[in-house]
Design a binder for this molecule. Structure first.
Ligand code: AMP
Ligand code: ZN
Length: 134
């Protein structure tokens, strides 16, 4: 199912050109136009799924396989010392394009890229509430 108003559907299908690092029947991996770091890439499924909650498990698994392959090549080719695999779901989580995608962000020593949060403290109440959900 394609969403005709979705920019990533158009990029993934090839209707809009992109800097493509990898493509197969199911996925396209492109360079992010606003990279957080050199080599910042996005794994896009060609089918439209808005987010993690919509994407089927088997497609997600194959997306992870593609991410792993491209990540290894980016790390080696760009001599990165690390890499963040990020995936945002919902506006509150920073998602701005509502077509599932994984970010591959190569990291370099002393790159000063702040992907961080202030660690809190797990309370007994939260722990018990969350454990009771499973
Ligand atoms: P997110 O905030 O997780 O939804 O990420 C969306 C990402 O898509 C951002 O990093 C944008 O820079 C990137 N982006 C948006 N439009 C394009 C485009 N046309 N080509 C490549 N990357 C894009
Ligand atoms: Zn889409």
């Amino acid at each position: 199912m394609k969403d005709c108003n979705c920019i990533f559907c158009k990029i993934a299908s090839g209707e809009i050109p992109s800097a493509t690092l990898y493509e197969d029947d199911e996925f396209r991996v492109i360079l992010d136009l606003n990279p957080a770091a050199k080599g910042h890439a996005l794994v896009l499924p060609k089918e439209h799924y808005a987010n993690l909650f919509e994407i089927p498990e088997d497609v997600l698994g194959r997306a992870a396989g593609v991410a792993k392959k491209v990540a290894a090549k980016l790390r080696e080719g760009l001599h990165a010392s690390g890499l963040n695999l990020l995936q945002n779901n919902g506006t509150s989580a920073g998602q701005t394009v509502f077509h599932f995608h994984m970010h591959l962000i190569p990291r370099y020593d002393n790159d000063a890229l702040g992907i961080a949060w202030k660690p809190g403290k797990l309370t007994d109440q939260d722990r018990d509430e969350i454990l009771s959900l499973f």
